[in-house]
Write a protein that binds this ligand. Structure first.
Ligand SMILES: Cc1cc2nc3c(=O)[nH]c(=O)nc-3n(C[C@H](O)[C@H](O)[C@H](O)COP(=O)(O)OP(=O)(O)OC[C@H]3O[C@@H](n4cnc5c(N)ncnc54)[C@H](O)[C@@H]3O)c2cc1C
Length: 353
């Protein structure tokens, strides 16, 4: 019998395993092999920018990033572009630019050796009882079962743990598409692109070594590929070099506007990271939320497992307020009139283009 089984070893699961695995008999499962080489498919799709909130969490954890995780250039500016009016401004903001797959492997390398790992494991389901949780997964082509006093779902936006909980609602979500292009010269900023005709959320470009990532969060059910093609056409019109595509991927992205879609879990099962809906509704920055929700659950698990979920809810109150505050930030960014006013006046910007 384990004290804790964690499904998913992205930033949320790896952080929980690092913190709680020091005291609790822990098993962490992930369908990726996070101690092996980066696979061609099945890796996490991400922009790989560590925002100031994520940097602050690394400081609180007493961690510094190793050089092999970083990708050039490091970024100190956001270029905001309204694709309809073509207004542009540069705003100061610092991001650590990382190779997401290298970062995930570094976070996993910090997990205490006593924590058992199941790489290449596919979580299948669980059954809860008074005594604990029986978790089913497939590993090495065989169906296996393990018992635990507590289960943490850290399996991301498409969380199967959340689905199995049968919470009766689907969190608001978008389809994220990201395409990499060969870049002759790296741009020195992350750009945030706004265009109501393409999405009511936003699109972005991120320089990543000798590549440029172009991504967009598109309303689900809409004509995603057509809107993405329109986005690329508009970027080319602005002078972005998108001649050589290196591949495109897509996934789901949650957007918990006003806290809608947040889920803590039930009984002896808790959800952390994006599985619980923890991601910024204004910028889709999710790594700091993965860290913060994992820290909250690690603290909640310091007492008996029966009360852990209640303590986890209490410890995430500030995070809920943070999500509500980030939602309040949305109108100036996503409401066309207010955005045009902000870009037009140049409030808080350092340069217009
Ligand atoms: C296109 C895109 C760009 C983004 N860019 C940024 C950015 O620049 N900065 C930022 O802060 N945030 C960004 N985000 C958000 C961020 O990537 C997520 O919020 C963050 O990764 C959530 O961490 P997590 O640990 O909760 O989940 P994940 O990172 O999704 O990890 C979940 C883990 O669970 C595993 N898993 C899933 N299902 C199963 C299963 N059934 N069985 C076994 N294992 C399973 C997966 O293999 C994975 O390792 C972006 C998201 C997208 C989609």
């Amino acid at each position: 019998m384990y004290d804790l089984i964690i499904v998913g070893a992205g930033p949320a699961g790896a952080t929980l395993a690092r913190l709680a695995g020091k005291r609790l008999k822990t098993l962490v499962l992930d369908r990726r092999d996070l101690e092996g080489p980066v696979a061609g498919t099945g890796e996490k799709l991400c922009g790989g920018l560590l925002a100031p909130d994520a940097q602050e969490m690394l400081a609180r954890f007493g961690l510094g990033l190793p050089a092999q995780v970083l990708v050039s250039p490091q970024l100190f500016a956001v270029r905001a572009i309204d694709l309809i009016t073509r207004q542009q401004r540069i705003y100061p903001r610092n991001y650590l630019n990382v190779n997401r797959q290298a970062m995930d492997r570094w976070l996993v390398s910090l997990i205490p050796p006593a924590v058992e790992r199941g790489w290449g494991a596919q979580f299948l389901g669980f059954v809860q009882s008074q005594e604990g949780v029986e978790v089913s997964f497939s590993l090495g082509g065989e169906r296996q079962k393990a018992r635990t006093r507590f289960l943490a779902g850290a399996d991301g936006a498409l969380s199967r743990v959340r689905a199995e909980l049968g919470l009766g609602f689907t969190p608001p979500s978008y389809t994220a598409i990201q395409e990499a292009f060969a870049a002759k010269a790296p741009s020195p900023y992350f750009s945030a692109l706004f265009d109501r005709k393409i999405t009511d959320f936003y699109a972005w470009t991120i320089p990543k070594g000798d590549r440029l990532l172009v991504g967009a969060a598109l309303p689900r059910g809409a004509a995603g590929p057509a809107q993405f093609a329109e986005l690329k056409g508009k970027l080319q019109g602005l002078g972005f070099d998108l001649d050589t595509s290196l591949g495109r991927e897509g996934t789901m992205l949650l957007r918990p506007l006003g806290g809608r879609g947040l889920a803590w879990g039930r009984g002896r099962v808790a959800l952390i990271g994006e599985a619980g809906g923890w991601i910024s509704p204004s910028s889709a920055e999710g790594i700091s939320y993965a860290f913060r929700s994992a820290l909250a659950l690690a603290r909640a698990l310091e007492g008996n497992p029966e009360g852990a979920l209640r303590r986890y809810r209490a410890l995430t109150r500030a995070l809920v307020l943070n999500i509500v505050a980030k939602t309040a930030k949305c109108p100036p960014m996503y409401q066309p009139f207010l955005r045009r006013l902000a870009l037009g006046t140049g409030l808080l910007s350092i340069q217009d283009i």
